[in-house]
Every structure is written in C-alpha cells, then in structure tokens.
Design a protein around this ligand. Structure first.
Ligand SMILES: [Zn+2]
Length: 162
C-alpha cells in the first residue's frame, strides 16, 4: 500500500468530492472519484448514469476508463482509487480487472458496498488480484451530499432513484 499521509488522502478525497458535486449539479447522485499515480491525479470521474443513460457509468468506472486511456494500458497496478462512496459490486469488479493497487473510500454504502460492507470482493482470496482498502476518509463530507440528494428527491416525491 502506498503510504499517503492523512493530509494527502484528504486532499485526494476532496478532489473526488469536487467531482461528486459536479455530478450533483447535473442531477446525478453526487458520487465522484479520482485515480492517483505517483502522487498525481491522472483521471477523474463522476457519476453519469442519468446523463449518459448508462447503468455502468459509475464514477469509478468512468475514472478507470479514463486512466486506461491516459496510460495507454488496461493494467493500473501502480494506481490508487479515491472515491466518495464505497464501491459497488460492478465497480469492485472493475477494480479487480484493472488491478488497481489501493482503494480509499469516504462513506460506507450500507446497501451496495462491496469493499467490506455487504461483502469484500476486492480482498477475496479466491481472485487473483487483491486491492488494499481504507474507508472512512472525510466520511461525513462525502455522505452529506448523497443524503441531501435523496432527501430532496423524497421531498419531490420521485422514487426512481430508490
Ligand atoms: Zn459502482
């Protein structure tokens, strides 16, 4: 696991949060991600499910695809992912397939989290790749925009995001 200081982890999580806010402004569930290589952000992603009408356009997948393009390779074994919400089953799969080294997430996802909450796919011994995981980075700051999003939706009586 790359040794990041707490300050650096928070800095990268704040960059992921900035992406989350952009997603929120576009009417998406506010989730954002960045990918870091050699201490630098090389790709950013935000949830674009509604905008792109794409069920796979989660922030992590968007960022992983961009990182692959940028590095001109699919193997991201020297890269770390920072994401505001614990990755789901699909994104955990993408983390395994892209060989991401470490996953840092903000809030736990009690309903879909697959980096320790519902299950821990990225550390399952049966797969040939495992990522290190650290959750809880800027947890409250990451969770609040998501809570706010669903609060507003419920107020509007829209149930399609539930
Ligand atoms: Zn996901």
């Amino acid at each position: 696991m790359e040794e990041y200081s707490d300050k650096l982890k928070q800095k990268f999580m704040r960059a992921a949060l900035a992406e989350a806010m952009k997603a929120g402004d576009a009417g998406e569930v506010p989730i954002g991600a960045v990918i870091v290589q050699n201490g630098k952000i090389i790709a950013r992603g935000k949830n674009e499910r509604e905008t792109k009408k794409d069920p796979a356009a989660h922030a992590e997948v968007v960022a992983i695809r961009k990182a692959g393009k940028k590095l001109d390779r699919w193997n991201l074994c020297d890269c770390d992912l920072f994401v505001t919400l614990e990755p789901c089953v699909m994104c955990s799969g993408a983390i395994i397939y892209s060989r991401i080294r470490s996953v840092y997430f903000g809030a736990d996802d009690l309903r879909f989290g697959c980096c320790g909450t519902i299950m821990n796919l990225v550390q399952d011994q049966r797969f040939n790749h495992r990522a290190s995981v650290e959750g809880g980075i800027l947890k409250e700051e990451c969770l609040e925009p998501i809570r706010g999003f669903f609060r507003d939706r419920r107020k509007e009586g829209k149930r399609k995001f539930e």
